[in-house]
Design a protein around this ligand. Structure first.
Ligand code: BMA
Length: 404
């Protein structure tokens, strides 16, 4: 039988030790390179933005942060009450990640009626508390301001040379001034995870598959990032790419995921919107199969992030109305914990608590409240109380045990 070790033992003692040392030096150098920092696309990103990006890697190796859309703006039973949060009321902590949406920037309220002045205040508050802000953009096409779901709107019209290109530049100028107005101190622009043109592999948005070509989508993304980064000189953004799981065949996951991928210099977060494998009403697969598919989808983004030296995240997920018993522990978290090695997913973000019919976080008294509390207490999950100043270069601490 061939035994690799016999190669060494056949040598004299001196050669053996030399080879042994060389082998270990090579292994050591390999380890050094393989734990290198993740690569943010913007080489000129601000110091805090770079630190946040590096810290996301540390955080993802130590737990999964919990995020909630519009957490500070309203809850299932309240609207615009300072400091309120359904997550806080159920668990005793704010989420670690705060989601916002800038759709409707041409008016003074976003598509869900939240005043932009309040969104800005919320972003600053979340930052000062040590939370992480992520912004999606249900953008209205400048030629037809009805909504993101308006399929008549054409991507090619807003690309350079298109009839609405100038109008799109105005939207980008507005977007840039909004980002720049989110600051804490004169020079301190708040780092933000920006997640534009999401779920583009689905056909429901005007930038989606079937409503524009793959090349147009890529151009739209690249143009947008270049304009914000080069023309507007914004260096506080981390860009999240987030296709929808329902339009990915997991047997050809890599290829399907990368449909419309604009390139490693343009993407920092390997995101995925996955409502599909977590009990979606239209998914005919059994819950057992969905559990396996959720795992596969997470392994998919985790591996792509590893290959590309980026950060993976479940940028949207949820069970609307919390109809599935113990959804947080049983449907969402446990499957992820069954994967070995543990996938490095920086955060999971659930959608908004719009009303007592449409909500994703159990509010006080809702039947899954206890389950959500258990989810919060588990060592694997990280809420605001568990992370401290993710914008600092010296950040290396999770506060889980100390707080619970
Ligand atoms: C969708 C729904 C809409 C909402 C949109 C943007 O999923 O919740 O009601 O307007 O997100 O938040």
């Amino acid at each position: 039988m061939f035994r690799p070790a016999s190669l060494f033992f056949s040598l004299n003692q001196h050669n053996y030790s030399m080879r042994y040392i060389i082998l270990h030096v090579i292994l050591f150098l390999f380890c050094l390179t393989s734990v290198s920092q993740p690569m943010i696309g913007d080489a000129n990103a601000t110091r805090k933005t770079k630190s946040l990006y590096t810290n996301l890697q540390f955080l993802s190796a130590n737990g999964i942060m919990f995020g909630h859309q519009d957490d500070l703006s309203y809850g299932a039973k309240w609207w615009a009450v300072p400091n309120r949060s359904d997550v806080l009321e159920t668990t005793g902590s704010y989420p670690a990640v705060f989601g916002w949406d800038l759709g409707g920037l041409h008016t003074d309220r976003n598509l869900d009626s939240v005043a932009f002045t309040d969104i800005k205040k919320g972003i600053i508050k979340a930052y000062k508390m040590g939370g992480i802000n992520t912004i999606s953009w249900h953008i209205f096409h400048p030629l037809d301001t009805s909504s993101s779901w308006d399929k008549k709107a054409e991507v090619k019209d807003i690309l350079p040379g298109g009839q609405a290109h100038e109008a799109y530049l105005k939207q980008l100028d507005q977007l840039a001034s909004f980002f720049n107005s989110c600051k804490a101190g004169f020079f301190n622009k708040i780092p933000i995870v920006f997640r534009p043109f999401h779920e583009h592999n689905g056909n429901w948005f005007w930038w989606g598959k079937g409503n524009c070509t793959e090349q147009e989508y890529i151009e739209l993304w690249q143009f947008t990032v270049d304009y914000l980064k080069i023309t507007k000189k914004l260096h506080q953004l981390i860009y999240a790419y987030s296709p929808d799981r329902s339009r990915i065949n997991l047997d050809s996951g890599f290829v399907d995921y990368l449909y419309g991928y604009p390139g490693d210099d343009y993407v920092d977060i390997i995101g995925l919107d996955n409502y599909w494998d977590t009990g979606h009403g239209h998914n005919r697969a059994t819950m057992r199969q969905q559990r396996e598919d959720l795992k596969k989808s997470v392994i998919l983004i985790d591996s792509i992030a590893i290959v590309k030296n980026k950060i993976a995240a479940l940028t949207e997920t949820g069970n609307n109305g919390q109809t599935i018993e113990n959804w947080y522990t049983n449907t969402l978290l446990n499957p992820l914990l069954e994967i070995t090695p543990t996938p490095q997913i920086a955060w999971v973000l659930v959608w908004r608590n719009g009303s007592t019919e449409n909500f994703f976080v159990p509010y006080k008294g809702q039947k899954n409240e206890g389950d959500f509390l258990s989810f919060y207490k588990l060592p694997a999950t990280l809420f605001l109380k568990n992370i401290k100043n993710p914008y600092s270069r010296r950040f290396n601490k999770i506060l889980k045990e100390e707080t619970l």
